[in-house]
Design a protein around this ligand. Structure first.
Ligand SMILES: *Cc1c(COP(=O)(O)O)cnc(C)c1O
Length: 413
Protein backbone atom coordinates (compact mmCIF):
# COMPACT_ATOMS: atom_id res chain seq x y z
CA UNK A 1 0.00 0.00 0.00
CA UNK A 2 1.28 3.45 -0.83
CA UNK A 3 1.85 5.66 2.20
CA UNK A 4 0.63 8.87 0.67
CA UNK A 5 -1.27 8.01 -2.50
CA UNK A 6 0.69 10.86 -4.05
CA UNK A 7 1.53 9.09 -7.34
CA UNK A 8 -2.06 7.90 -7.67
CA UNK A 9 -3.23 11.44 -6.92
CA UNK A 10 -1.14 12.74 -9.82
CA UNK A 11 -2.73 10.17 -12.15
CA UNK A 12 -6.21 10.99 -10.88
CA UNK A 13 -5.59 14.68 -11.42
CA UNK A 14 -4.38 14.13 -14.97
CA UNK A 15 -7.50 12.09 -15.76
CA UNK A 16 -10.07 14.21 -13.92
CA UNK A 17 -8.69 17.69 -14.57
CA UNK A 18 -6.25 17.69 -17.47
CA UNK A 19 -6.46 21.48 -17.63
CA UNK A 20 -4.99 21.87 -14.14
CA UNK A 21 -2.62 18.92 -14.52
CA UNK A 22 -1.18 20.68 -17.57
CA UNK A 23 -0.56 23.80 -15.46
CA UNK A 24 1.28 21.77 -12.80
CA UNK A 25 3.44 20.09 -15.42
CA UNK A 26 4.13 23.48 -16.97
CA UNK A 27 5.37 24.82 -13.65
CA UNK A 28 7.53 21.75 -13.07
CA UNK A 29 9.00 22.30 -16.54
CA UNK A 30 9.62 26.01 -15.76
CA UNK A 31 11.36 25.15 -12.49
CA UNK A 32 13.55 22.51 -14.15
CA UNK A 33 14.43 24.35 -17.36
CA UNK A 34 15.29 27.79 -15.96
CA UNK A 35 17.77 28.86 -13.30
CA UNK A 36 16.24 29.41 -9.86
CA UNK A 37 18.25 32.15 -8.16
CA UNK A 38 15.51 33.65 -5.95
CA UNK A 39 17.16 33.71 -2.52
CA UNK A 40 13.97 32.66 -0.70
CA UNK A 41 13.31 29.58 -2.85
CA UNK A 42 14.45 25.97 -2.80
CA UNK A 43 13.41 22.53 -4.05
CA UNK A 44 11.89 20.49 -1.23
CA UNK A 45 12.30 16.72 -1.38
CA UNK A 46 9.82 14.25 -2.90
CA UNK A 47 9.21 13.04 0.68
CA UNK A 48 8.16 16.55 1.74
CA UNK A 49 5.93 16.84 -1.32
CA UNK A 50 4.41 13.44 -0.50
CA UNK A 51 3.48 14.57 3.02
CA UNK A 52 1.95 17.75 1.58
CA UNK A 53 -0.17 15.68 -0.79
CA UNK A 54 -1.32 13.28 1.92
CA UNK A 55 -4.79 12.77 3.46
CA UNK A 56 -3.63 14.71 6.53
CA UNK A 57 -4.85 17.64 4.44
CA UNK A 58 -8.38 16.51 5.36
CA UNK A 59 -8.00 16.78 9.11
CA UNK A 60 -9.29 19.62 11.26
CA UNK A 61 -7.11 20.07 14.31
CA UNK A 62 -7.64 23.29 16.25
CA UNK A 63 -5.56 23.41 19.40
CA UNK A 64 -2.45 21.45 20.32
CA UNK A 65 -1.63 17.73 20.68
CA UNK A 66 -3.64 16.28 23.56
CA UNK A 67 -5.85 19.39 23.74
CA UNK A 68 -7.79 19.68 20.47
CA UNK A 69 -11.18 21.15 19.73
CA UNK A 70 -11.90 18.33 17.28
CA UNK A 71 -12.22 14.57 17.59
CA UNK A 72 -10.12 12.06 15.71
CA UNK A 73 -6.83 13.85 16.27
CA UNK A 74 -4.95 10.95 17.86
CA UNK A 75 -2.86 10.24 14.76
CA UNK A 76 -2.15 13.85 13.73
CA UNK A 77 -1.21 14.55 17.36
CA UNK A 78 1.66 12.09 16.92
CA UNK A 79 2.70 13.88 13.72
CA UNK A 80 2.74 17.30 15.41
CA UNK A 81 4.61 16.01 18.47
CA UNK A 82 7.19 14.50 16.13
CA UNK A 83 7.57 17.79 14.26
CA UNK A 84 7.93 19.71 17.54
CA UNK A 85 10.46 17.23 18.99
CA UNK A 86 12.53 17.25 15.82
CA UNK A 87 12.51 21.06 15.63
CA UNK A 88 13.59 21.33 19.29
CA UNK A 89 16.36 18.84 18.70
CA UNK A 90 17.66 20.36 15.43
CA UNK A 91 17.76 23.90 16.88
CA UNK A 92 18.47 23.14 20.53
CA UNK A 93 15.34 25.02 21.58
CA UNK A 94 13.27 24.46 24.73
CA UNK A 95 10.04 25.04 22.87
CA UNK A 96 8.88 24.95 19.25
CA UNK A 97 5.55 25.94 17.73
CA UNK A 98 5.23 24.49 14.22
CA UNK A 99 1.72 25.72 13.40
CA UNK A 100 2.47 29.13 11.86
CA UNK A 101 1.10 29.16 8.32
CA UNK A 102 3.96 31.34 7.06
CA UNK A 103 6.93 33.42 8.13
CA UNK A 104 4.72 36.50 8.37
CA UNK A 105 2.20 34.63 10.55
CA UNK A 106 5.06 33.62 12.84
CA UNK A 107 6.14 37.26 13.21
CA UNK A 108 2.55 38.34 13.83
CA UNK A 109 2.26 35.73 16.59
CA UNK A 110 5.61 36.75 18.12
CA UNK A 111 4.41 40.37 18.32
CA UNK A 112 1.06 39.23 19.70
CA UNK A 113 2.85 37.20 22.39
CA UNK A 114 5.11 40.02 23.56
CA UNK A 115 3.62 43.39 22.57
CA UNK A 116 0.53 45.56 22.76
CA UNK A 117 -0.66 47.85 19.93
CA UNK A 118 1.22 51.14 20.08
CA UNK A 119 4.40 49.66 21.52
CA UNK A 120 7.72 50.85 20.15
CA UNK A 121 9.80 48.34 18.19
CA UNK A 122 13.30 48.74 16.75
CA UNK A 123 13.93 46.91 13.46
CA UNK A 124 16.08 47.08 10.35
CA UNK A 125 14.49 49.65 8.02
CA UNK A 126 12.83 48.37 4.86
CA UNK A 127 15.28 50.19 2.54
CA UNK A 128 18.10 48.20 4.20
CA UNK A 129 16.50 44.78 3.98
CA UNK A 130 13.82 44.79 6.66
CA UNK A 131 10.78 42.60 5.92
CA UNK A 132 7.25 43.98 5.44
CA UNK A 133 6.46 42.71 8.96
CA UNK A 134 9.22 44.95 10.34
CA UNK A 135 7.17 48.13 10.16
CA UNK A 136 5.97 48.66 6.60
CA UNK A 137 3.04 51.13 6.57
CA UNK A 138 1.30 48.72 4.16
CA UNK A 139 1.51 45.90 6.74
CA UNK A 140 -0.18 45.30 10.10
CA UNK A 141 3.19 45.88 11.75
CA UNK A 142 3.49 49.50 10.62
CA UNK A 143 -0.16 50.19 11.37
CA UNK A 144 -0.30 48.72 14.89
CA UNK A 145 3.16 49.40 16.28
CA UNK A 146 5.50 52.33 16.45
CA UNK A 147 8.53 51.13 14.48
CA UNK A 148 11.86 52.89 14.70
CA UNK A 149 14.16 51.81 11.85
CA UNK A 150 17.90 51.26 12.13
CA UNK A 151 20.11 51.06 9.09
CA UNK A 152 23.39 49.92 7.67
CA UNK A 153 26.67 51.79 7.40
CA UNK A 154 26.86 53.72 4.12
CA UNK A 155 30.45 52.63 3.44
CA UNK A 156 30.50 49.00 4.54
CA UNK A 157 26.85 47.98 4.14
CA UNK A 158 27.07 46.37 7.59
CA UNK A 159 24.43 46.88 10.30
CA UNK A 160 25.28 50.09 12.12
CA UNK A 161 25.70 48.81 15.70
CA UNK A 162 26.37 52.29 17.10
CA UNK A 163 23.09 53.51 15.64
CA UNK A 164 21.20 50.48 17.00
CA UNK A 165 22.53 51.17 20.50
CA UNK A 166 21.83 54.91 20.29
CA UNK A 167 18.27 54.43 19.00
CA UNK A 168 17.58 51.82 21.68
CA UNK A 169 18.74 54.21 24.41
CA UNK A 170 16.67 57.08 23.00
CA UNK A 171 13.44 55.20 22.23
CA UNK A 172 13.48 52.45 24.93
CA UNK A 173 11.67 49.97 22.62
CA UNK A 174 9.57 47.12 23.99
CA UNK A 175 11.21 44.82 21.45
CA UNK A 176 14.18 44.81 19.09
CA UNK A 177 13.90 42.80 15.87
CA UNK A 178 16.98 41.48 14.09
CA UNK A 179 16.66 39.69 10.79
CA UNK A 180 16.43 40.63 7.14
CA UNK A 181 15.35 39.59 3.68
CA UNK A 182 18.57 40.72 2.03
CA UNK A 183 21.40 41.07 4.57
CA UNK A 184 24.21 38.81 3.32
CA UNK A 185 26.29 38.74 6.51
CA UNK A 186 25.92 36.94 9.83
CA UNK A 187 23.92 38.85 12.40
CA UNK A 188 25.69 39.43 15.71
CA UNK A 189 22.97 38.07 18.00
CA UNK A 190 25.14 38.54 21.13
CA UNK A 191 25.36 42.25 20.34
CA UNK A 192 21.59 42.57 19.92
CA UNK A 193 21.05 40.62 23.19
CA UNK A 194 23.35 43.01 25.02
CA UNK A 195 21.50 46.08 23.72
CA UNK A 196 18.10 44.53 24.46
CA UNK A 197 19.20 43.76 28.02
CA UNK A 198 20.55 47.26 28.48
CA UNK A 199 17.19 48.87 27.63
CA UNK A 200 14.91 46.11 28.97
CA UNK A 201 13.57 45.06 25.53
CA UNK A 202 12.62 41.67 24.17
CA UNK A 203 14.84 40.39 21.39
CA UNK A 204 12.98 38.87 18.43
CA UNK A 205 15.16 37.19 15.80
CA UNK A 206 13.40 36.89 12.45
CA UNK A 207 15.66 34.20 11.03
CA UNK A 208 13.42 33.28 8.08
CA UNK A 209 16.38 33.26 5.70
CA UNK A 210 19.34 31.82 7.62
CA UNK A 211 17.48 29.25 9.73
CA UNK A 212 18.35 26.48 7.26
CA UNK A 213 22.03 27.40 7.52
CA UNK A 214 21.65 27.33 11.31
CA UNK A 215 20.19 23.81 11.07
CA UNK A 216 23.20 22.69 9.05
CA UNK A 217 25.72 24.38 11.36
CA UNK A 218 26.73 26.86 8.65
CA UNK A 219 25.54 30.02 10.45
CA UNK A 220 25.40 31.13 14.09
CA UNK A 221 22.18 30.30 15.92
CA UNK A 222 19.93 33.01 17.34
CA UNK A 223 18.34 30.47 19.73
CA UNK A 224 20.69 31.06 22.70
CA UNK A 225 20.23 34.84 22.43
CA UNK A 226 16.72 35.75 21.29
CA UNK A 227 13.60 35.57 23.45
CA UNK A 228 11.68 34.45 20.40
CA UNK A 229 12.98 33.18 17.05
CA UNK A 230 10.64 33.37 14.05
CA UNK A 231 11.42 31.44 10.90
CA UNK A 232 10.11 30.02 7.67
CA UNK A 233 10.47 26.36 6.81
CA UNK A 234 10.64 26.75 3.01
CA UNK A 235 13.77 28.82 2.37
CA UNK A 236 17.26 27.32 2.88
CA UNK A 237 15.65 24.85 5.33
CA UNK A 238 14.04 23.17 2.29
CA UNK A 239 10.76 22.17 3.88
CA UNK A 240 7.15 22.97 3.00
CA UNK A 241 5.89 26.56 2.72
CA UNK A 242 5.24 27.60 6.31
CA UNK A 243 6.52 29.14 9.52
CA UNK A 244 7.65 28.20 13.00
CA UNK A 245 8.54 29.82 16.30
CA UNK A 246 11.27 28.78 18.76
CA UNK A 247 11.49 30.08 22.33
CA UNK A 248 12.37 29.25 25.91
CA UNK A 249 9.95 27.35 28.17
CA UNK A 250 8.98 30.50 30.06
CA UNK A 251 7.38 32.00 26.92
CA UNK A 252 6.02 28.73 25.52
CA UNK A 253 2.44 29.21 26.64
CA UNK A 254 2.26 32.85 25.53
CA UNK A 255 3.64 31.95 22.11
CA UNK A 256 1.30 28.99 21.67
CA UNK A 257 -1.74 31.08 22.60
CA UNK A 258 -0.59 33.85 20.26
CA UNK A 259 -0.55 31.37 17.36
CA UNK A 260 -3.82 29.63 18.31
CA UNK A 261 -6.39 30.93 19.09
CA UNK A 262 -5.18 34.53 18.79
CA UNK A 263 -3.93 34.75 15.19
CA UNK A 264 -4.81 31.42 13.54
CA UNK A 265 -7.49 28.75 13.41
CA UNK A 266 -7.02 25.08 12.59
CA UNK A 267 -3.49 23.76 12.16
CA UNK A 268 -2.55 22.52 8.68
CA UNK A 269 -1.66 18.96 9.57
CA UNK A 270 -0.33 17.95 6.12
CA UNK A 271 2.07 20.90 6.25
CA UNK A 272 3.08 20.07 9.83
CA UNK A 273 3.76 16.47 8.75
CA UNK A 274 5.88 17.84 5.89
CA UNK A 275 7.72 20.08 8.38
CA UNK A 276 8.49 16.95 10.44
CA UNK A 277 9.96 15.33 7.33
CA UNK A 278 12.05 18.43 6.61
CA UNK A 279 13.35 18.62 10.22
CA UNK A 280 14.27 14.94 9.93
CA UNK A 281 16.23 15.69 6.76
CA UNK A 282 17.83 18.78 8.35
CA UNK A 283 19.26 16.61 11.16
CA UNK A 284 21.35 14.51 8.75
CA UNK A 285 25.06 14.91 7.91
CA UNK A 286 23.99 15.26 4.27
CA UNK A 287 22.05 18.40 5.14
CA UNK A 288 25.01 19.86 7.06
CA UNK A 289 27.16 19.26 3.97
CA UNK A 290 24.44 20.91 1.86
CA UNK A 291 24.28 24.00 4.11
CA UNK A 292 28.07 24.46 3.96
CA UNK A 293 28.04 24.02 0.17
CA UNK A 294 25.28 26.66 -0.09
CA UNK A 295 27.60 29.16 1.61
CA UNK A 296 30.68 28.08 -0.39
CA UNK A 297 28.68 28.52 -3.59
CA UNK A 298 27.42 31.97 -2.55
CA UNK A 299 30.97 33.09 -1.76
CA UNK A 300 32.19 31.95 -5.19
CA UNK A 301 29.19 33.56 -6.87
CA UNK A 302 29.80 36.86 -5.04
CA UNK A 303 33.49 36.87 -5.96
CA UNK A 304 32.78 35.99 -9.59
CA UNK A 305 30.12 38.72 -9.87
CA UNK A 306 32.59 41.23 -8.41
CA UNK A 307 35.18 40.10 -10.99
CA UNK A 308 32.59 40.82 -13.68
CA UNK A 309 32.26 44.38 -12.37
CA UNK A 310 29.11 44.28 -10.24
CA UNK A 311 29.30 46.08 -6.91
CA UNK A 312 28.66 43.36 -4.32
CA UNK A 313 27.06 44.73 -1.12
CA UNK A 314 29.40 44.33 1.90
CA UNK A 315 32.00 43.00 -0.55
CA UNK A 316 30.82 39.40 -0.24
CA UNK A 317 28.65 37.10 1.82
CA UNK A 318 28.57 34.78 4.85
CA UNK A 319 25.30 33.17 3.81
CA UNK A 320 23.29 31.89 0.83
CA UNK A 321 22.49 35.41 -0.20
CA UNK A 322 24.28 37.87 -2.49
CA UNK A 323 23.10 41.37 -3.31
CA UNK A 324 24.80 43.46 -5.95
CA UNK A 325 24.48 46.64 -7.96
CA UNK A 326 24.69 45.92 -11.69
CA UNK A 327 25.03 49.63 -12.60
CA UNK A 328 28.68 49.36 -13.77
CA UNK A 329 27.44 46.88 -16.41
CA UNK A 330 25.10 49.51 -17.83
CA UNK A 331 21.75 48.53 -16.32
CA UNK A 332 19.89 49.20 -13.09
CA UNK A 333 18.41 46.31 -11.10
CA UNK A 334 15.00 46.39 -12.74
CA UNK A 335 16.38 46.43 -16.29
CA UNK A 336 18.89 43.72 -15.40
CA UNK A 337 16.21 41.52 -13.88
CA UNK A 338 14.10 41.86 -17.04
CA UNK A 339 17.00 40.89 -19.31
CA UNK A 340 17.86 37.95 -17.04
CA UNK A 341 14.26 36.75 -16.93
CA UNK A 342 14.18 36.70 -20.73
CA UNK A 343 17.32 34.56 -20.57
CA UNK A 344 15.75 32.10 -18.09
CA UNK A 345 17.64 33.35 -15.05
CA UNK A 346 15.07 34.01 -12.31
CA UNK A 347 16.00 36.34 -9.47
CA UNK A 348 14.76 39.37 -7.51
CA UNK A 349 15.48 43.05 -7.31
CA UNK A 350 16.29 44.50 -3.92
CA UNK A 351 16.88 47.86 -2.34
CA UNK A 352 20.50 48.97 -2.21
CA UNK A 353 21.82 50.74 0.88
CA UNK A 354 22.10 54.44 0.13
CA UNK A 355 21.27 54.22 -3.58
CA UNK A 356 18.13 55.31 -5.40
CA UNK A 357 18.30 52.53 -7.98
CA UNK A 358 17.54 48.90 -7.22
CA UNK A 359 20.04 46.10 -7.11
CA UNK A 360 19.88 42.34 -7.69
CA UNK A 361 19.36 39.73 -4.97
CA UNK A 362 20.48 36.17 -5.65
CA UNK A 363 20.60 33.02 -3.53
CA UNK A 364 22.28 29.65 -3.88
CA UNK A 365 19.87 27.44 -1.90
CA UNK A 366 18.00 26.01 -4.91
CA UNK A 367 20.92 25.54 -7.30
CA UNK A 368 22.91 23.83 -4.52
CA UNK A 369 20.02 21.42 -3.90
CA UNK A 370 20.28 20.61 -7.62
CA UNK A 371 23.92 19.66 -7.04
CA UNK A 372 25.63 22.66 -8.58
CA UNK A 373 29.03 23.65 -7.17
CA UNK A 374 31.87 26.13 -7.66
CA UNK A 375 32.30 25.59 -11.41
CA UNK A 376 28.62 26.21 -12.08
CA UNK A 377 28.65 29.38 -9.93
CA UNK A 378 31.40 30.82 -12.13
CA UNK A 379 29.45 29.89 -15.23
CA UNK A 380 26.31 31.54 -13.82
CA UNK A 381 28.19 34.75 -12.97
CA UNK A 382 29.76 34.98 -16.44
CA UNK A 383 26.45 34.35 -18.17
CA UNK A 384 24.60 36.80 -15.91
CA UNK A 385 27.12 39.55 -16.63
CA UNK A 386 27.01 38.87 -20.37
CA UNK A 387 23.23 39.09 -20.40
CA UNK A 388 23.07 42.25 -18.28
CA UNK A 389 25.67 43.92 -20.50
CA UNK A 390 23.56 42.99 -23.51
CA UNK A 391 26.43 40.98 -25.00
CA UNK A 392 24.65 37.62 -24.95
CA UNK A 393 21.34 37.46 -26.79
CA UNK A 394 18.47 36.02 -24.80
CA UNK A 395 17.95 33.12 -27.22
CA UNK A 396 21.59 32.04 -26.88
CA UNK A 397 21.52 32.66 -23.12
CA UNK A 398 18.40 30.53 -22.77
CA UNK A 399 20.15 27.72 -24.60
CA UNK A 400 23.11 27.98 -22.27
CA UNK A 401 20.83 28.02 -19.21
CA UNK A 402 19.03 24.93 -20.50
CA UNK A 403 22.37 23.23 -21.08
CA UNK A 404 23.51 24.14 -17.56
CA UNK A 405 20.36 23.08 -15.67
CA UNK A 406 19.94 19.99 -17.88
CA UNK A 407 22.72 18.31 -15.95
CA UNK A 408 21.07 19.03 -12.58
CA UNK A 409 17.40 18.02 -12.63
CA UNK A 410 15.71 19.03 -9.32
CA UNK A 411 13.43 15.98 -9.46
CA UNK A 412 15.30 13.27 -11.38
CA UNK A 413 12.89 10.83 -13.03
C1 LIG B 1 10.56 35.39 4.07
C2 LIG B 1 10.55 36.27 5.27
C3 LIG B 1 9.37 36.47 6.01
C4 LIG B 1 8.00 36.03 5.56
O1 LIG B 1 7.78 34.75 5.19
P1 LIG B 1 6.41 34.41 4.40
O2 LIG B 1 6.32 32.94 4.53
O3 LIG B 1 6.58 34.92 3.01
O4 LIG B 1 5.29 35.11 5.10
C5 LIG B 1 9.45 37.23 7.16
N1 LIG B 1 10.60 37.75 7.59
C6 LIG B 1 11.75 37.59 6.89
C7 LIG B 1 12.99 38.20 7.42
C8 LIG B 1 11.75 36.85 5.72
O5 LIG B 1 12.89 36.71 5.04
Amino acid sequence: MSVTHAPQTADVLARQDPELAEILLGELHRQSSTLQLIAAENFCSPAVLAALGSPLANKYAEGYPGARHHGGCEIVDVAERLAVDRAKSVFGAEHANVQSHSGSSAVLAAYAALLRPGDTVLALGLPYGGHLTHGSPANFSGRWFDFVPYGVDAETGLIDHDQVRALARTHRPKAIVCGSIAYPRHIDYAFFREVADEVGAYLIADAAHPIGLVAGGAAPSPVPYADVVCATTHKVLRGPRGGMILCGSELAERVDRAVFPFTQGGAQMHTIAAKAVAFGEAATPAFAAYAHQVVANARILAAALADEGLVVTTGGTDTHLVTADPAPLGADGRTARGRLAAAGMVLDCCALPHADTRGLRLGTAAVTTQGMAEKEMERIAALLAGVVRGEVESVRAREEVRDLVGGFPPYPA
